[in-house]
Structure formats: structure tokens, C-alpha cells
Design a protein around this ligand. Structure first.
Ligand SMILES: Cc1cc2nc3c(=O)[nH]c(=O)nc-3n(C[C@H](O)[C@H](O)[C@H](O)COP(=O)(O)O)c2cc1C
Length: 340
């Protein structure tokens, strides 16, 4: 069965299921697997060198003919300040940002996701090349700005989400964003089951953007200890902290979050630059230090108890969502009045 929402129409895909572009976690293999399953994969570019980034896009393009995106963590800071010292990743280096963007343009990816803010002019630039643009938003106000700047859709990110996130719960955010903009709204945060997908659609979303559930796949580039953490943790074992970057970010509770809970944290990007020097994200996600290093993870960790292939995750989300809708129709007791 193929679904039909404004998001499936925008990309010509079977299901409105997007895999979040998680930095360090989501490479070309994961993105291609999700796209091949009928959704939309996304490469998390934030910690890649330009060479790695180009290779990961080429890998995805060799594995799928379908649409996939790339996700950038370009911050809202003054580029004229020049590259930040000792910070060789694009969240804090404007020169690197342009190099990365040009690779995405040259490779003609289907979609560019701006994680932090869609800067003026970026959407027009991409549209000229036939590339779609989205951005993550945590309030209706931010969604309006993204629409004004030409975004094709917004990703409404509820506070449940792993990684950088805001304070508003998904159940309040999606309807508020829907009311504020005309472009499709994709729901993100806490979605790891088909029930979550169905409820997001019921709230008015045109699709979902799923992170933690896809981190718990064989294609995700993480240490086995991370997979064990996701399977073992309960829904209350994450916390919002500014310690990783200076911006609010949901992390698994551990020694790192406890240490920083009562210490002074610098504003973004200074805190991000300091943490980057410690190579923390590499040490947690790649080397598996789950005790002393920051580990981005969403509240949906409490719902995840297995490590699957990415294709199976898409299939499960679709099947469970369809079952959920059918069971709701049964509750209403009037299936004949519901259009097929
Ligand atoms: C390990 C990890 C890394 C992430 N890295 C990024 C990133 O580089 N860029 C980005 O836009 N979002 C990033 N996110 C956030 C996701 O895009 C998304 O908002 C979130 O995972 C959705 O919530 P969920 O984890 O509850 O599904 C990351 C999330 C996780 C768990």
C-alpha cells in the first residue's frame, strides 16, 4: 500500500517517513536503506570532512535511485567573524560550511535540511538546482520565518526529541505550526512506533522525522554499546542539557550530564567549540564511552528494545500505523462512513 500526504507528493515517495540526519550516526548506507524502503533517508553531515561527505553522498547514490537528503547544523552566527580556531567542523566554521554546501549542490541531493535556522537566500539557491529545503523548528514563530524564507516544509521538533530540541511538546507543537503555515509540517520527537506515526498524522502532520529509532539500526554508524544503551534505557533516562553546545540538547543521563548540571555553561558557539576539542561525540558514539561522554538520545529510547535493519523499521512503522488507524476506525464503530 502507498500512502498519500503532502510530503509523499513533494518527493514522490511511498511513505512519509523521514530518517533524521543525525551527525556521526547517519551515513549514506542508512540514508539509502530508508529511501529504498519507501521513505526518505538523510545523511547527517555535521561532523564529516568535505571528503567524507562527498563519499557518503556518492555511496547513497550508488545504492538508491530514490530521493534522500543531507542535514547541516549551520548555526545562526555572524559568518564575517571567520573560522573559529580549533573547531574543524561546519557548525562553527563558515568556510567549511560553503564547501559542504557546494558538494551538496554539485551532487544534486534531493533535499537539504538546515537543522538550526534557514538563512535568507538559501532556499532560492537550492530551488534553482531543483533541491528541496527544510528546517527544524521548535515554535510556530520559527515555522513562519522558515516559510517566509522559502522552506518547502518544516520539521516541527517536540521536546521529546533526541539531540538539539526545544521546550514544547509535540502534541502542542504540531497543531500550532499547522495553524501558522501553509507548507507541509513534518512531526519529530518521540516517534518510534507506528502508533506514534498515526498520532502525528492525526495531529495534522504530513509525515514524520525519526531519529533515535533509526540510531537503533544495523546501518547506523554507532558503537554496539550505544545500541545496548538505547535498548536498556527507560523513557525517563534522558535530560535536556546545554553542556554539549550551549544550546538545549536532549542527552542520555550519565556522568557527563550530572557533572554539568550545576556548572556554568558558555553560550553557543563557545561551549560547542570547547566540547569539540574534547572529541566527546567521537568518544561516545564511535568508541562507546556511554558513561562519561555526551550521548544524544530521545525519550523514545523507552520504546526501543531491538536493533533492526532500517528497512524493517520503515516496514514496522507503516504496518503498525495502518493497524492503529484500523483499530481506531473499529472504536468509532462506523467503518462504512470512512473513505477507503
Ligand atoms: C545521536 C543523534 C544525533 C543527532 N544529530 C543531529 C544533527 O546532526 N542534525 C540535526 O538536524 N539533528 C540531529 N539530531 C536530532 C534529530 O534530527 C531529530 O530531531 C531527533 O532525533 C528526533 O527525535 P527522536 O530521536 O525522538 O526521533 C540528532 C539526534 C540524535 C539522537
Amino acid at each position: 500500500m502507498t500512502w498519500n500526504t503532502p510530503l509523499t507528493e513533494l518527493f514522490g515517495v511511498r511513505y512519509p517517513i523521514m530518517q533524521a540526519g543525525m551527525g556521526q550516526v547517519a551515513g549514506g548506507r542508512l540514508a539509502a536503506a530508508v529511501t529504498n524502503a519507501g521513505g526518505i533517508g538523510c545523511i547527517g553531515a555535521s561532523r564529516m570532512s568535505p571528503e567524507q561527505f562527498d563519499e557518503e553522498i556518492a555511496l547513497a547514490q550508488s545504492l538508491t535511485d530514490g530521493p534522500f537528503g543531507v542535514d547541516f547544523l549551520f548555526p545562526d552566527i555572524d559568518d564575517s567573524a571567520g573560522p573559529a580556531p580549533d573547531a574543524p567542523y561546519h557548525a562553527v566554521d563558515p568556510k567549511l560550511r560553503n564547501t559542504m554546501l557546494n558538494i551538496a549542490y554539485d551532487r544534486r541531493v534531493a533535499l537539504i535540511v538546515y537543522a538550526m535556522k534557514l538563512q535568507p537566500g538559501r532556499a532560492d539557491e537550492a530551488h534553482e538546482l531543483g533541491i528541496k529545503v527544510m528546517t527544524l523548528v521548535g515554535t510556530a514563530r520559527h515555522a513562519v520565518r522558515a516559510q517566509e524564507r522559502g522552506a518547502d516544509a518544516v520539521i516541527a521538533t517536540g521536546t521529546e526529541a533526541g539531540g538539539h530540541t526545544g521546550a514544547v511538546a509535540l502534541s502542542a507543537l504540531v497543531p500550532a505550526v499547522r495553524r501558522a503555515v501553509d507548507i507541509p509540517v513534518v512531526a519529530s520527537g518521540g516517534i518510534a512506533t507506528g502508533q506514534g506515526v498515526a498520532s502525528a498524522l492525526a495531529l495534522g502532520a504530513a509525515g514524520v522525522w525519526v531519529g533515535t529509532r533509526f540510531m537503533a539500526t544495523r546501518e547506523a554508524q554507532v558503537h554496539p554499546a550505544i545500541h545496548k544503551e538505547i535498548m536498556d534505557r527507560t523513557e525517563d533516562q534522558t535530560v535536556i542539557s546545554r553542556a554539549l553546545s550551549g544550546k538545549t540538547c536532549r542527552l542520555a543521563t550519565n556522568n557527563f550530564t550530572a557533572y554539568w548540571s550545576d556548572r556554568e555553561i558558555k553560550p553557543f558557539p563557545q561551549q560547542a567549540i570547547e566540547m569539540n576539542k574534547m572529541n566527546y561525540v567521537q568518544r561516545s558514539l564511535v568508541e562507546g564511552d556511554v558513561l562519561d561522554c555526551p550521548l544524544p538520545m530521545g525519550q523514545s529510547t523507552g520504546l526501543i528494545h531491538d536493533i533492526l535493519g532500517a528497512e524493517e523499521v520503515v516496514e514496522n512503522l507503516v504496518r503498525e500505523a495502518e493497524e492503529t488507524v484500523r483499530s481506531l476506525i473499529a472504536v468509532l464503530g462506523a467503518p462504512e462512513r470512512v473513505a477507503p
